[in-house]
Design a protein around this ligand. Sequence first.
Ligand SMILES: Cc1cc2nc3c(=O)[nH]c(=O)nc-3n(C[C@H](O)[C@H](O)[C@H](O)COP(=O)(O)O)c2cc1C
Length: 314
Amino acid sequence: MRYVFGPMEGVTTSTFRRVHGALFPGCDGYYTPFISPTCDHRFTPRELREVGPERNAGLAVIPQILVKNPEDFLWCAAGLADMGYPEVNLNIGCPSATVTAKGKGAGLLRTPELLDALLEGIFSRSEIPVSVKTRIGYTSPEEFPALLAIYNRYPIHALILHPRTRQEMYAPGTVHPEAWEYALRESRAPLIYNGDLFTPGDAAAFAERYPAQETVMLCRGGAGDPALFRRLKGGPAADREELRLFHDTLFAAYREDLGALNGMRRMKELWHYLISRFEGGERLVKKMARTQDVNEYADIAGTILRELPMRTEA
Ligand SMILES: Cc1cc2nc3c(=O)[nH]c(=O)nc-3n(C[C@H](O)[C@H](O)[C@H](O)COP(=O)(O)O)c2cc1C
């Protein structure tokens, strides 16, 4: 099985990927959080910080693009191909209201004719392989067969399926295995599964149920357990010292890239997930969320990392 780290905006940034790849090698690939090109067709400094080749050297990285028209996609994909990327990924899954209101991400699932036109415009002209990351519908899983019929018209390099609807966001217990199984029977594109695999046990159960599946994508599990990809390949869990080193290295890298305050904000995002490794950290994480003082942040993080009992599984 290949295990890839999926995109998480604000979490799996280029800074995160660099530190994660160095301290916890073993992940088979990283998808970047989306970049959303505008019509002036220029990469912003922020986008270059995400996809600049020097910032992603030594890692297998696939950049993700969020658009609603083919021109912006094709411009962006060509620029990324020039940087040396072998593939780009199209985001048709983002459920955030600010994204769907603009008719992008999972917003496209509500208007199949616009989705079809976007794919037609992209696949008739793209010079680089394009994979697609999608959900199974906007409001209901019953939308999926018609959506998959649209995907099946195009030479999609890989279809990454998160079997929830947009309305289900990330709510626990809402993954639809029957939609995944429908895709296994009907998809023309090779499939990558994504959704609610958090532990090596979850991945093993999935592999047992779907033994022919070659690639799965994990996201929140990897943010909560930096050693997850190593463990998926039979390696050990992270001990306290490794987690501390990961935290301190990442925080230092963020401070260098973004400054102390923004670096701290990024670290706080990660703690939503990382705290699952520790027992009884809820109070400290709430206190952490409130502080705007970088030294206080470092003290709280240090207390969690040094003193709280560790969990073997989130
Ligand atoms: C904070 C956060 C940010 C995300 N950002 C992106 C993104 O930029 N692009 C994308 O396709 N999916 C994004 N996702 C969705 C994840 O890639 C993934 O589909 C979802 O978390 C389900 O996988 P998991 O159960 O392994 O976490 C995001 C999810 C979260 C929780």
